[in-house]
Design a protein around this ligand. Structure first.
Ligand code: SF4
Ligand code: SF4
Length: 274
């Protein structure tokens, strides 16, 4: 199970951020005006498990003047017929990617991070010892330690809700169905059809991010339809599970250790003969 987030219909209402905070009883993380458009939560963190980005661009939208954009994008995240240089907003709700190959889980020494029966990745806060190994391991910079607590926190994909057959709180609260929850195969099919619709309507920039099971993390359990390059949204263009090279590193270390042991034994033997 997972998420398909269609950013082309996100209206930036932040209902997902609020629902996530309320359902999971996440503490407030300060109220500061950042000056970054309407984004005052800045990014994902220990106390922000959903984050709605507001990206302001002076870029014309590439849809033809006759396109019924309201028909293809009911909430009007893209607007047709804009003049060169006029402002557009890209709004996108980011979350933990619940990677198929999750480095955070690989490096956790206590088993606090585990793969659920739904294929999602969850931290058990009562087992986390605050070592922080998972933080640099995440290729997306998602998981984070909470100040004054020390433990690692992130989206659980509402493990308690989905276990009871309920939708995750953020998807339930989303008024435009920008956040869709369901079996990943179904979501991938729906997302591919949506990209085709947008391309037919002239929105050539529409693309999927994280939907490919052959990518560097084996496909994300939370993937996105974007309207520009991933970097524009602050997402890594080609994420790779950071523990990918660990087996070969251990192999090399074992070979080096065996060589050292052999050389020491040889030195001892030849030393005795003299
Ligand atoms: S996005 Fe980061 S925190 Fe989430 S499952 Fe992947 S590695 Fe773990
Ligand atoms: S799935 Fe649940 S925990 Fe994850 S971002 Fe949505 S509301 Fe928050």
């Amino acid at each position: 199970m997972g998420f398909f987030t269609d950013t082309s219909v996100c209206i930036g209402c932040k209902a997902c951020e609020v629902a996530c905070k309320e359902w999971n009883a996440i503490p407030e993380d300060g109220m500061e005006l950042t000056g970054m458009s309407y984004d005052n939560t800045v990014g994902l963190g220990a106390s922000t498990w959903r984050h709605v980005a507001f990206i302001e661009q002076r870029k014309p939208v590439s849809v033809g003047p006759d396109t019924d954009v309201l028909g293809i994008s009911p909430q009007g995240a893209v607007t047709p017929g804009r003049e060169e240089g006029e402002l557009r907003w890209l709004m996108a709700s980011d979350v933990c990617k619940h990677c198929t190959h999750a480095a955070c889980l690989d490096v956790c020494p206590t088993g606090s991070l585990f793969r659920t029966e739904f294929g999602t990745v969850v931290v058990q806060e009562d087992i986390c010892n605050g070592c922080g190994y998972c933080i640099p391991a995440c290729p997306y910079g998602v998981i984070d330690q909470r100040k004054g607590d020390g433990r690692a926190w992130k989206c659980t994909l509402c493990y308690d809700r989905i276990g009871d057959g309920l939708e995750p709180a953020c998807a339930k609260a989303c008024p435009t169905d920008s956040i869709q929850y369901g079996p990943l195969d179904e979501l991938r099919e729906r997302a591919a059809a949506r990209v085709e619709t947008l391309h037919d309507a002239g929105v050539q920039e529409a693309r999927l991010y994280g939907a490919d099971p052959g990518d560097g993390v084996g496909g994300a359990g939370a993937f996105f339809l974007l309207l520009d390059e991933p970097e524009v949204y602050g997402l890594p263009p080609d994420p790779v599970v950071t523990t990918r090279d660990l087996p070969s590193m251990w192999r090399h270390a074992a070979v080096a250790a065996a060589g050292l042991l052999g050389a020491t034994a040889l030195a001892c033997l030849t030393g005795r003969r003299r």
